[in-house]
Design a protein around this ligand. Structure first.
Ligand code: XUL
Ligand code: CO
Length: 436
């Protein structure tokens, strides 16, 4: 069965093409800094937003009617696999990401749920073999079901901790079976609503314990994929423990996990934390924990996670700048954790969303690579900090001077002369690279 008959394979046609179902910038085989664009970008489809989500919001039911909606739960799950692989093939997307709950319905018991999952994983495995499409990362949904009302690893209820452990174990088994290149922990309800009822220390210790148990188990089954934490400051809970990259770094160090995890950074989560996307990527990069990206955007006027398709070339250019400066993706990639608006009713809108996101990041990659080739910011920054290259500055960064000696030096300075930060000039230059 064909699910998207209205769309043929989406091809690169260049910026002059008027075809709305063609790429204007994403040319998979085109070399950028000596590497094909598709290897730089490693685009992935999010199973949940693309195949499972129906457009509901807190005020209204699903609006997006799909061909598989009227099938029985297991038939629906199978149809979604086929639709998903047809979708990825048509867009030339080579990776996907999923939560356990996205792919198969829960059962009466956990045992029944895992059986359902196995049946669907068989179908996914066949489609992966048929198409060569790969699993970027797997994860477990430990936030939707009412049992997770108080959290999963941070729940006050030890049975919930056990349930979450079982789900993680099974999701790791599946991810390993499908040769997943990574495994993500997004702390869905790992946070609190009020401190009046919360033992914060116990909750954080338990979260640390759960992740250590997962790492131990991954060794047991020889899962060699990369573990990621995906920071988010709030939503669904008022305060999420994995607030931002800096907070997660501290958490990882406290629980001895810093060598096991990297960050999966989502644009909209960064802005919710009061940071730019680039800031979060930079903090990860300079601390050696950059890993993967959930590509989307928020709405600056709204305080929640709108998960819109990325369309801001400026942001994408700066994001790709950080990605390239971090050495590029290795096991990670660009997962479109993005959904069409609930009024975007047609399957066709899914294609328009992905085409927009893929073209935005392809353009961003081209801009970033030119900026780096020309060392635009690096030269400026190097010069800006040149006072640390010799004399006093060199002594400071080599830790060869005491506070007393610094004080003695400063006492005789007559006038301190600063140079311009040239922000406007740099913004003009950045724009000129985007206009090209
Ligand atoms: C939620 C979110 C998740 C994670 C995976 O805001 O981003 O979909 O990406 O659990
Ligand atoms: Co995400």
């Amino acid at each position: 069965m064909i699910f998207f008959p209205e769309v043929q394979n989406v091809k690169y046609e260049g910026i002059d093409s008027k075809n709305l179902l063609a790429f204007k910038h994403y040319n998979p085989e085109e070399l950028v800094m000596g590497k094909p664009m598709k290897e730089h970008l490693r685009f992935a489809m999010s199973y949940w937003h693309t195949l499972t989500g129906g457009g509901n919001d807190p005020f209204g039911d699903n609006t997006l009617i799909r061909q598989w909606d009227n099938l029985t739960p297991m038939e629906k799950a199978k149809a979604r696999v086929k639709a998903g692989f047809e979708f990825m093939e048509k867009l030339g997307i080579e990776y996907f990401c999923f939560h356990d709950k996205d792919i198969a319905p829960e059962g009466e018991t956990l045992r029944e749920y895992f059986e359902n999952l196995n049946i669907i994983v068989d179908v996914i495995e066949d489609e992966m073999k048929r198409t060569g499409i790969k699993l970027l990362w797997g994860t477990s949904n430990m936030f939707s079901h009412p049992r997770f009302v108080h959290g999963a690893g941070t729940s006050c209820n030890a049975e919930v901790f056990a349930w979450a452990s079982a789900q993680i174990k099974n999701a790791l088994d599946i991810t390993k079976r499908l040769n997943g290149e990574g495994y993500v922990f997004w702390g869905g309800r790992e946070g609190y609503e009020t401190l009046l009822n919360t033992d914060m220390k116990l909750e954080l210790d338990n979260l640390g314990r759960l992740l250590n148990l997962a790492v131990d188990y991954s060794k047991e089954i020889n899962f060699t994929g990369q573990f990621y934490i995906e920071p988010k400051p709030k939503e669904p809970t008022k305060h999420q423990y994995d607030f931002d990259v800096a907070t997660v770094l501290n958490f990882l160090k406290t629980y001895n996990l810093q060598n096991k995890f990297k960050m999966n950074i989502e644009a909209n989560h960064a802005t919710l934390a009061g940071h730019t996307f680039q800031h979060e990527l930079r903090v990860a990069r300079i601390n050696g924990v950059f890993g993967s990206v959930d590509a989307n955007r928020g709405d600056l006027l709204l305080g929640w996670d709108t998960d819109q398709f990325p369309s801001d070339v400026y942001d994408a250019s700066l994001a790709m700048y950080e990605v390239l400066m971090a050495g590029g993706f290795t096991s990670g990639g660009l997962n479109f954790d993005a959904k069409v608006r609930r009024a975007s009713l047609d399957s066709l809108d899914l294609f328009y969303g992905y085409i927009c996101g893929m073209d935005t990041f392809a353009k961003g990659l081209k801009v970033a690579s030119k900026l780096i080739e020309d060392k635009v910011f690096e030269n400026f920054i190097e010069n800006r900090y040149s006072s640390y290259k010799s004399g006093l500055g060199k002594k400071i960064i080599e830790n060869k001077i005491t506070l007393k000696e610094l004080s003695e030096y400063a006492l005789d300075i007559k006038e301190i002369k600063n140079t311009s930060g040239r922000q406007e000039l740099l913004e003009n230059i950045l724009n000129s690279y985007i206009y090209k």
